[in-house]
Design a protein around this ligand. Structure first.
Ligand SMILES: Nc1ncnc2c1ncn2[C@@H]1O[C@H](COP(=O)(O)OP(=O)(O)OP(=O)(O)O)[C@@H](O)[C@H]1O
Ligand SMILES: [Mg+2]
Length: 217
């Protein structure tokens, strides 16, 4: 299947190398404190959250970790499209029926399983903040080395902040030439307010240096 992720399409490209560097940096930050669950968010829509997380998931699976990628963007889910898979059942089914098997979908990447959003609920933040959510996270953790969660932007809706309180770390995405400084600052403040562990920022859309280190690979 033709999945348009750089880490699959062209693993030797500088951008793919950048995602591997991201993976390594995250692995180092987890030496001090366990990092079993990770959230991605950003200040505004279209900054590259889902793409970043999907590529990170691929590189983690390529490093032989058992990875689960979960679409908790219950407003604009995208991971099923990125992996070219249906979204009939997914994460919200897990919340609705805790006794049913988890509707994972296999991807073409060994070790990487996807849990798409499933049917979208009317009040995503309430669902994400519920006790059922805690139980769902525990179930997912038991199934993988790392569970990666996609989320909506943090400024417009509270979903990501709610999720951040329940997960081990947060990766913030900012888009070069697009994300406003004050907005990025506001996103960090919102995460700090809920005592989230912000691991760092990923800058997307950055221009690659012409004669950068990428040329070695
Ligand atoms: N590293 C990158 N460099 C340049 N463009 C990127 C990068 N990552 C993603 N994009 C582009 O940015 C756009 C938005 O990507 P994506 O859907 O991943 O963002 P998002 O933040 O998850 O959006 P949403 O707010 O809808 O969830 C897409 O057109 C994608 O191709
Ligand atoms: Mg997205």
């Amino acid at each position: 299947m033709a999945i348009d992720l750089i880490t699959l399409r062209d693993p030797r490209a500088p951008a793919a190398e950048a995602y591997r560097t991201l993976r390594t940096n995250i692995q180092f930050s987890s030496l001090e404190r366990t990092l079993h669950t990770l959230l991605v968010t950003s200040s505004a829509p279209d900054e590259g959250k889902s793409t970043t997380l999907a590529n990170l998931a691929v590189t983690m699976a390529q490093a032989e970790l058992r990875v689960i990628l979960v679409d908790c963007d219950l407003r604009r889910p995208a991971l099923h499209s990125i992996f070219g898979l249906p979204n009939d059942a997914g994460f919200t089914n897990l919340l609705l029926d805790a006794a049913a098997p988890i509707p994972f979908q296999a991807t073409e990447v060994e070790g990487l399983r996807l849990l798409t959003s499933g049917p979208l609920p009317p009040q995503p933040a309430d669902l994400l903040g519920s006790r059922r959510m805690d139980a769902a996270i525990e179930r997912l953790k038991a199934e993988a080395d790392i569970v990666l969660f996609d989320a909506p932007p943090i400024i417009a809706v509270t979903d990501a902040a709610v999720l951040a309180t329940k997960l081990d770390g947060v990766l913030l995405v900012a888009k070069s030439g697009r994300t406003r400084r004050d907005r990025a600052r506001e996103a960090v403040q919102l995460l700090q307010k809920v005592n989230a562990r912000v691991l760092g920022v990923v800058l997307t859309n950055a221009k690659l240096e012409k004669d950068g280190y990428g040329s070695y690979s």
